[in-house]
Design a protein. Structure first.
Length: 205
């Protein structure tokens, strides 16, 4: 049996052998996840100061003459971007247009950017003073797919902060297992998608 067949997920009639490169990338994505969440850590302070001052890890560039550590973690950026998103609390920390915050795997961002929403607009602007979605505005200004997705998000307490979560785990915590599946999917782009096997997992709303 050919090695690619052996490495396919069991759900795809393979034997589930790990592909070392993709598994290592999933482990590196875990480090990237920790860096993204703990902005007060020494690792974040050192790396952000040198490689992505004033921006985020997901927006960072590799840079000139990067260290081995940074080059390794940066290599897992696409995996992290495919699974990390914001969970809406009060909506004040989330950019409506630029940040990933919609709970749908095909894209966590708006499909269409309405002219009524500026780049610096916040999700909180879509929420009424009663802490409910402004359905009239959302239905009027956004495309039906985006509007339905937003209105399906359950709003939490008025003073609950927004938080970053891992979409493919119910509790929102990073999982090497699901990150590995994403790594395989990214490698196999253009072939039969493996995403369907974890899209059924209900992520945090």
């Amino acid at each position: 049996m050919a090695w690619p067949k052996l490495c396919k997920l069991k759900a795809l009639e393979g034997l589930g052998f790990r592909q070392l490169r993709e598994y290592n990338l999933a482990l590196l994505a875990k480090q990237a996840w920790r860096i993204s969440l703990d902005i007060n850590s020494v690792s974040y302070q050192v790396l952000s100061h040198k490689y992505f001052p004033g921006t985020t890890f997901l927006e960072a560039r590799l840079g000139v003459s990067p260290s081995y550590t940074w080059r390794s973690i940066w290599a897992a950026r696409d995996i992290l971007a495919a699974g990390i998103r914001w969970k809406v609390g009060n909506g004040r920390s989330i950019s409506t247009v630029e940040h990933p915050w919609l709970p749908r795997p095909m894209t966590f961002q708006l499909l269409k950017h309405p002219v009524s929403l500026m780049e610096n607009s916040r999700v909180s602007q879509l929420i009424t003073s009663e802490h409910e979605w402004n359905e009239t505005f959302i239905r009027t200004e956004l495309c039906p797919e985006d509007a339905d997705c937003i209105l399906g998000i359950r709003l939490r307490g008025r003073e609950v902060s927004d938080e970053l979560v891992w979409h493919f785990e119910p509790k929102g915590c990073f999982s090497v297992k699901s990150a590995y599946r994403i790594a395989l999917e990214l490698k196999e782009e253009g072939s039969v998608s493996q995403v369907e096997f974890y899209l059924e997992i209900k992520g945090p709303s």
